[in-house]
Design a binder for this molecule. Structure first.
Ligand SMILES: Nc1ncnc2c1ncn2[C@@H]1O[C@H](COP(=O)(O)OP(=O)(O)OP(=O)(O)O)[C@@H](O)[C@H]1O
Length: 532
């Protein structure tokens, strides 16, 4: 103590503790504490050090003098003797070192801090039987600490240990937070790069859609994307997010059709620890994770009834309740929903809530199927050739064979852009050479056409055999002509064949004509099924 100064131990402990535990920023706490202590003890500087045994390194994590404090990470390797002393030490020590430079442990550290000539009190900090580090208090130049000083400083062992632990944990958390923020930035950029540049057709087939995207993106209104499967609803949802003020925030996708109904609530809304058996820790739901960004609800038509009610509340109140939670959590999200289903007919069948539908369809955008924007096909297929060739690490980017584009344009693409993407990939696999023919698309076109014709005929349940078709046709014409074979208004003239040939054919097919026909044919031949 400085001459004549009397100080109560309890006051000293209380005041110094308030200061050393007063801030999680250890440099500030250290500085405040030093300023207070220096009124009673000839202390000029203080620092915290941590020992990393694997590397045999002392890390100085904070240092303060009477002007200010500084957080740092200065690492000093110890010589073998210093390492041995630290590692073999079993008891908690508080020691006075008359000259820091002379000690094998403090010497190398003090040299870095230009404090080799100073005297110091060095105190091991232990909490719950764990050696945390060291607290050192440096004297004024030329002064020495005495037993009385040590008695007072040793009172601060526990508060200093607590302060050091808290600040190290805080430092770790901040590091993780910065890492996460950095990762997040990286992934968002990556996503933007992938989705932003990859939108083909914005000036052609998707021009109208992109115009609507530009109108709605800056607002916070919900958007409902409608379109067949594979038309690019997710790509458009991304484009809206990336052109909105939320673009720095998260874009969180929920595929309502892919999450089992029993897990939907916990996935969307999250849960508190202990909300159900197995809820070992708190989990934030996807809605909460989208806070500050966009929540993309893909396949919204598949959302179970219970979750529809809870989602409606999110849209109305802008807050969510975690499962097992006792308080609501505010969320700032923009919702983009998408579906290939007809939600209105689902409402009629009681499968989708009308109130949720009207909340979601504030701004519907219909994405046309690929068959209605075939002008985009050449650019799309070239884009996919490039993309897939890179993915497959092909050194040469294949070209399109003459006629390939015609084949691609002639097909009707029920699976839309996804089908075109897959067809391109398949073609690349099937053609290891430098030219893509898309011959398989050609065969798909003819098989589709055959199927269509087959469908048309089978719709009526009629036979497709040639004789049956001819029979039906002759009967139809005979009916039109009032069963007359010959003459200006006779069936032979209309069918452009000789009347006797027609009679022969009718005989062969068992079609009555002349008097016989008068008994059989009425005004309509619909009831006659002899041709089937
Ligand atoms: N305009 C486009 N430009 C480039 N690629 C596109 C475009 N539209 C869609 N794609 C690609 O086509 C594939 C299908 O698109 P996306 O998943 O967005 O369709 P979707 O309508 O959401 O499908 P689903 O209804 O099945 O969820 C994706 O690989 C996507 O990258």
């Amino acid at each position: 103590m400085t001459a004549g100064m009397i100080i109560d131990e309890k006051d000293f402990f209380r005041e110094a503790t308030i200061r050393i535990c007063g801030s999680l920023e250890i440099e500030k706490a250290l500085h405040q504490c030093l300023v207070y202590i220096s009124e009673f003890i000839p202390a000029d500087q203080m620092s915290f050090h941590v020992y990393h045994q694997e590397q045999g390194v002392v890390e100085t994590v904070a240092h303060a003098d009477l002007n200010s404090g500084k957080a740092m990470s200065v690492r000093t390797p110890l010589p073998p003797e210093g390492r041995r002393q630290v590692e073999e030490q079993r008891s908690v020590r508080i020691r006075i070192i008359d000259r820091l430079g002379d000690d094998p442990v403090t010497g190398p550290v003090a040299a870095k801090m230009k404090a080799s000539d100073l005297s110091a009190v060095v105190m091991d900090l232990v909490l719950e039987k764990t050696m945390l580090g060291v607290f050192s208090i440096f004297s004024h130049p030329g002064e020495r600490f005495n037993k009385n000083h040590i008695r007072f400083l040793s009172l601060l062992n526990r508060p200093c240990a607590i302060a050091l632990t808290n600040s190290l944990r805080y430092r770790e958390l901040r590091k993780l937070r910065d890492l996460l923020a950095d990762d997040n930035r990286y992934f968002q950029d990556e996503l933007r790069r992938l989705s932003g540049e990859d939108l083909i057709g914005s000036e052609f087939g998707l021009k109208g859609v992109m115009e609507m995207v530009r109108q709605v993106a800056p607002l916070d209104s919900p958007v409902l994307l409608l379109g067949e499967t594979g038309t690019g609803k997710e790509v458009i949802a991304n484009a809206i997010h990336n052109s909105s003020r939320r673009k720095q925030g998260p874009f969180i996708k929920v595929n309502c059709g892919a999450i089992p109904e029993t897990l939907m609530d916990s996935e969307l809304f999250g849960y508190e620890k202990g909300a159900f058996t197995g809820a070992l820790s708190q989990k934030r739901g996807r809605i909460e994770r989208a806070d500050g960004g966009t929540l993309f609800l893909d396949e919204i038509g598949e959302l179970p009834g219970e979750a529809q009610v809870r989602l409606l509340r999110v849209l109305q109140e802008k807050e969510i309740d975690r499962l097992g939670g006792t308080r609501s959590v505010n969320v700032d999200i923009r919702i983009i929903a998408a579906t290939h289903r007809n939600l209105e007919s689902m409402i009629d069948k009681g499968e989708f809530r009308a109130d949720l539908y009207f909340r979601l369809r504030v701004f519907p955008i219909l994405i046309p199927p690929l068959r209605e924007r075939k002008t985009d096909i050449p650019a799309l297929v070239r884009h996919f050739i490039l993309k897939k060739s890179h993915e497959m690490k092909r050194l040469i980017i294949p070209d399109l064979a003459p006629g390939a584009i015609d084949r691609l344009m002639a097909y009707h693409w029920p699976g839309n852009i996804r089908e075109l993407e897959n067809a391109t990939e398949r073609s690349l696999i099937l053609n290891p050479g430098n030219t893509l023919f898309f011959k398989e698309i050609g065969s798909r076109i003819s098989s589709t056409n055959k199927q269509d014709r087959f469908k048309d005929n089978t719709k009526t349940g009629e036979s497709l055999e040639l004789d049956a078709v001819v029979c039906r046709h002759i009967k139809k014409i005979m009916n039109m002509c009032g069963n007359r074979v010959e003459g200006e208004h006779g069936a032979a003239k209309i069918l452009n064949i000789n009347p006797s040939t027609l009679r022969k054919r009718m005989k062969k097919l068992g079609i009555p004509f002349g008097r016989k026909a008068a008994n059989r044919f009425g005004s309509s031949s619909k009831g006659d099924d002899s041709c089937r």
